[in-house]
Design a binder for this molecule. Structure first.
Ligand code: CO
Length: 278
């Protein structure tokens, strides 16, 4: 099969969302076909609390999973299931919206907020599943240390070590990879999976083409069964995502992602009527 090469580069551009949070929308509406089953990736990287303190006040979700992973900083949250707490450094919140959840996500003032929120689409058959929430603490996320790399396994398996979750609906490999300067790292991936990487810090070469990918950019990797990454002179930290595409129609309205416009309309009607939460 061979080494996957870059098929598409995204990210870099700053946007505002929530009540005025400055972020990098790494993937979004324009990328859903190419990045299926991943819908959105927002990245936070700021040393100025003014960029994020307004947060994401109460809002609904349906039909997706939101996966928030922080490398630095804290996000406090609460939801309509009665959960509340905080996502701290190297912790992950894996939230299945399913048939509906209302939550708020409020970053707290800290030296640096560094992390991402990924939206994973739910398969048609699972869109109306019961909402669920997993508070994954940092001590349950294994870090595999190799001579030139540290790999944290948020979801899935790496070299015989399993992360705390696999993805109940969409089996997802989610790794946080740190490579020393000028070293190479490879991983075997499922040939039929969508695979992309987001560069958190530093820069690297992905595949065989000598094009440097810098921080806040992501690369979608094309066909193949191996991912090859070569860190540039300052090393690199990147997140790797891999999962099988759903190949299902997408009807996306703000925080709700269904398969048809009728389902979207129904969701917004229920929100207006106060019957959204079942
Ligand atoms: Co949300």
């Amino acid at each position: 099969m061979g080494i996957r090469q870059i098929a598409k580069t995204t990210g870099g551009a700053v946007q505002y969302d929530g009540a005025g949070v400055k972020l990098v929308r790494v993937i979004g509406h324009a990328d859903v076909t190419d990045f299926d089953p991943f819908l959105m990736l927002d990245a936070f990287d700021s040393n100025d609390p003014k960029d994020y303190i307004k947060g994401f006040p109460w809002h609904p979700h349906r039909g997706i999973e939101t996966v928030t992973y922080l490398i630095e900083g804290t996000i406090e949250h609460g939801d309509s299931l009665g959960n509340s707490g905080s996502i701290d450094a190297l912790c992950c919140q894996w939230m299945t919206a399913g048939r509906g959840i209302i939550h708020q996500e409020m970053p707290q003032s800290s030296e640096r907020l560094l992390g991402t929120q990924l939206w994973i689409n739910l398969p048609k058959k699972d869109k109306m599943t019961a909402p669920a929430y997993r508070d994954i603490r940092s001590e349950t996320i294994p870090a595999v240390e190799e001579p030139h790399s540290v790999v944290r396994i948020i979801s899935g398996e790496y070299h015989g070590t399993f992360g705390p979750v696999r993805g109940d609906y969409v089996k997802t490999l989610y790794l946080d990879v740190k490579l020393d300067a000028d070293t190479e790292w490879m991983i075997h991936v499922e040939p039929s999976n969508t695979v992309f990487c987001y560069v958190v810090e530093g820069s690297a070469i992905f595949g065989d083409i000598d094009a440097e990918v810098v921080q806040h950019k992501a690369v979608l990797l094309g066909e193949g069964d191996e991912v090859k990454v070569r860190a540039k002179h300052h090393g690199v930290r990147f997140l790797l995502y891999s999962a099988k595409p759903l190949h299902e129609p997408i009807a996306w309205g703000g925080p709700i992602v269904m398969n048809t416009r009728e389902e979207l309309r129904a969701a917004f009607t229920e929100l207006d009527a106060g019957t959204f939460i079942k």
